[in-house]
Design a protein around this ligand. Sequence first.
Ligand code: GH3
Ligand code: MG
Ligand code: MG
Ligand code: MG
Length: 337
Amino acid sequence: ALMSRVRSLTRLKRITDELRSRAETAMRLVGGEMEMLRRLATTTGSRTLAYVETEAEGRAIARRLRTETTLTVVTEPAALIEAAGGADVLVIDLAAERHDPLRLISQLRSAEVTRLLPILALAEAGDETRAARALELGANDYVSRPIDRNELAARLRTQLRRRRYDEGLRQSLQQTIELAVTDPLTGLHNRRFLDIHLERAAAGEGGFALALFDIDHFKRINDGFGHDAGDAVLTEFGRRLKAAIRASDLACRFGGEEFAVLMPGADVETAAAVAERIREGVAGEPFAAAAEMLAVTVSAGVAVVSAGRGETREALVKRADAALYEAKRAGRNRIGM
Ligand code: GH3
Ligand code: MG
Ligand code: MG
Ligand code: MG
């Protein structure tokens, strides 16, 4: 009986040793890959992100990469998604078992911060099916094990290049859009931008108000003090308009010396009070322009769409314009409704 226990204990020890050596080999393998990634991250100047299977592995790698700043190591999917937002490229091990890497790829693709992040998958030898699935779910490319350093470098670089190109494209597109909806003189949004938001407000359920402002006798300012003085008055009016409204309201230059404020959720009393406050602020404080202090007044027309009552953008603008016309006819420096 004793001999049989010794035999079974010896067998157990053999199995344990074998398991430990297998685990160590696996660690070395992963560690070697990490070292490869680390060097690539350094040479390409990128902040590559590595996803690691277990805490122990993460700690081991973090120890090895103590002085490294370009490679971030995280172990939890939530932390990964957060950290990956600022990364250049993400390397995901498809053999990871603690969290489903395929599911993680889908999550990364649906999270706003990582939607465009290049993802490079590491696949087990011969597991093209899983690699193909990873591509389907949104990975950009994959490298099969055993990993060839040059291949990994080439694929990483391709992703980094693509990322930089996409980023440049995205930025210039963003700039173009900004320019298209911004008034260059006042820096306010322009009528095009207002139209988009009016259309949206008109299609929605909530009520909203539109106030149209028109500077009184503006031609006299231009004629008497020059076009530059006129421009300075427009810029200053834009500044005061912006300062007088809430962040949820939208101020824009409607055209020429006309401005508009869209006030979501405002009823007629609120909108009229806002317009009145702006009018008072203009009449009460002269404008510095062309080394002069100019007395300026403004008239406004207010139109309101109550909740659930559909009205087209054009009809609403027409009503606000008619109210503005009434304010002008009644003597200017006032609000029409
Ligand atoms: P009212 O009280 O009836 O509004 O009179 P007004 O003189 O303000 O109205 P009118 O529409 O006749 O004149 C507006 C002027 O605004 C005419 C145009 O030359 C001038 N204007 C339009 N855009 C600009 C601009 O960007 N800069 C300057 N300086 N003037 C502009
Ligand atoms: Mg006008
Ligand atoms: Mg006019
Ligand atoms: Mg005017």
